[in-house]
Design a protein around this ligand. Structure first.
Ligand code: AMP
Length: 285
């Protein structure tokens, strides 16, 4: 695996590959890699000639400085995992390589910016689009692989691609879970053994909702899920919502894709999860 830390050296190298008609796949991460990240890389390896993975803990998307400070950064073991998985290129820049001082950025993301995650993490999606724009600009991938785990992020990045007419196709990849249902996340290492058990209520509620889904009963089903989560010790619910998967507006009987999304603090760790409960876009349900 080739490792680059500067924009210039990476883009020069990729330019050469592009001239040789190689297609480029890209997986953006903040490191502390797990099987979920590696499943995105596997998709990229299947669908493109050259796979680039980035590891960059992006300061502008953290609204809580303590969260940024304690974000795990096990770079040596991450490099090993990527080597083992056969990743072609790692981009691992320092903060000052990515940002000049006092840089400004604003994209009109419409109501996606203020719904759900947007409401609980003000400014988060401005930071996400700021860094993903830069990464797309340097790497110029043909395909970019993002996880359904961050469902709203996928919508936000698609919106940026549309607004700025960026020549990249976004591929949303399924959520990888631990055997007991917990969605894999770099933040799971912060969970104590007790937290880890309590956290299971999130995937349990989502599964229950999917099994009992009835579009005419959304508000009472949502209430039952909220009650289930609120009854779990150590878990502080931020939101549980059932929404239209295309725009996160309210879902109704004509909505093609319906997704249930949840965020909660478990102990001191903020977790998110979601499940598609109806999918007539891809014909899954
Ligand atoms: P992160 O390092 O948390 O920024 O995540 C990098 C990418 O991996 C994002 O596109 C995430 O949605 C994706 N990802 C995170 N967790 C999972 C998971 N459990 N399954 C699949 N993809 C994931």
């Amino acid at each position: 695996m080739k490792i680059f830390t500067t924009k210039e050296s990476l883009s020069t190298y990729l330019e050469e590959l592009r001239n040789n008609h190689k297609s480029i796949g890209f997986v953006a991460t903040m490191g502390a890699l797990h099987q979920g990240h590696l499943s995105l890389l596997a998709q990229s390896q299947q669908q493109t000639d050259v796979s680039v993975c980035s590891i960059f803990v992006n300061p502008t998307q953290f609204n809580d400085p303590k969260d940024l400070e304690k974000y795990p950064r096990p770079i040596e073991s991450d490099i090993q995992k990527l080597e083992q998985a056969g990743c072609d290129i790692l981009f691992n820049p320092e903060v000052n390589e990515m940002y000049a001082n006092n840089e400004q950025w604003h994209l009109n993301l419409g109501d996606l910016e203020h719904l759900l995650e947007g409401k609980f993490r003000p400014g988060h999606y401005q930071g996400v689009t700021q860094v993903v724009f830069k990464l797309f600009d340097i790497i110029k991938p043909d395909l970019a692989f993002f996880g359904q785990k961050d469902f709203q992020q996928v919508l936000v990045i698609q919106k940026m691609i549309d607004l700025l007419h960026m020549p990249v196709k976004l591929v949303m990849c399924p959520i990888l879970r631990e055997n007991d249902g917990l969605a894999m996340s770099s933040r799971n290492i912060h969970l104590s053994p007790d937290d880890r058990q309590h956290a299971l209520v999130l995937s349990r509620a989502l599964n229950w909702l999917k099994q009992n889904f009835d579009v005419t009963q959304i508000s009472s089903l949502t209430k039952q899920c909220e009650d289930m989560i609120n009854a779990e010790p150590g878990v502080q619910l931020e939101y549980f919502e059932v929404a239209n998967g295309e725009n996160l507006h309210n879902a109704n009987k004509d909505t093609k894709q319906i997704v249930a999304l949840v965020a909660a603090k478990v102990g001191n760790t903020r977790l998110i999860d979601n499940m598609i409960v109806r999918d007539q876009l891809t014909g899954d349900q």
